[in-house]
Design a protein around this ligand. Sequence first.
Ligand code: ADE
Ligand code: ZN
Length: 343
Amino acid sequence: MSDLKSFAYGLPKAELHLHLEGTLEPELKFELAARNGIELAEKTVEDVRATYNFTDLTSFLAVYYPAMQVLQTADDFHDLAWAYLLKAKENGVVHVEMFFDPQAHTSRGVPFENVISGYRRAAVRAQDELGVSAELILCFLRDFSAEYAMATLMEALPYKQWIVGVGLDSDERDNPPAKFAAVFTRAKAEGFFLTMHCDIDQVGSIDNIRTVIEEIAVDRIDHGTNIVEDDSLVELVKAKGLGLTTCPVSNSFVTEQMKSDEIVGLLRRGVRVMLNSDDPAYFGAYVADNYVALAEQAELTSKDLVQLAINSFEASWLPAGRRAAYIEQVRDYARSQGIDLPA
Ligand code: ADE
Ligand code: ZN
């Protein structure tokens, strides 16, 4: 392992932008298909990977959703999340806030209960067996109606203590954040933290980001690096201390580049950016691989990687005391690697 890779893997970090359904590796897809008696069009792992030719968000989502048909029972959801959490541990993740898409399952007849109970079981097990803290964020699919989102929120309320926040994902085109204003107002009143995807280079990216901050009043933004086009938005994000959950390797699949200039530019301007994997099974890179890829592309120093890891905790939804304890863990790691940090 290179020095950079071992440093990046060992660095304690939080992952804040990770879709559990995006961790479905082809090998597990075959196992779950066999378990549930589902015949897949692809016969080998190579066949599955051959379908991964994405040019934008829409073409990615067209491959992503059909794959989920293999997920049926609570055990299936548990096994998916557990496989990810083992990888997270290897990647130096000590805390993760994981997205899940209940409507991708309830819309095809799978009960909400199967989804949440399987994922929750894996999250509890991660703390007990791996020492990895794991929380769940319920995402609404923005290409479904606001009414369906509200009904999903109502269905989730009995499980409120298992869900730290709500998010918004899927295809941003023609589905602006304002469509879900009432759902997010209700979610906030129920005590959930709020985040929304502001995907890269969308039609109306800048307007959508402004709405997400000023009208929805989110606690964090997923992606959001298009703020570089508008200095007043950069200042607003800084003033509010909002975290931007960037995903460099994912960016290189759904656009033509990692957007390293944007991410690093924001880091240098003091915006709370950190690195995440998004859908690692599809983009071939878990979170530490994202640290390595950006460091190589943008010639980052180990001190920069330490700042990104500190940002990952600062932008997390952990209580202040736990956040501070994890940041101390990062600083101890940095010192143990001979990095000189200001007190
Ligand atoms: N669902 C899974 N990954 C996503 C992404 N990057 N943007 C929007 N929806 C998603
Ligand atoms: Zn995402």
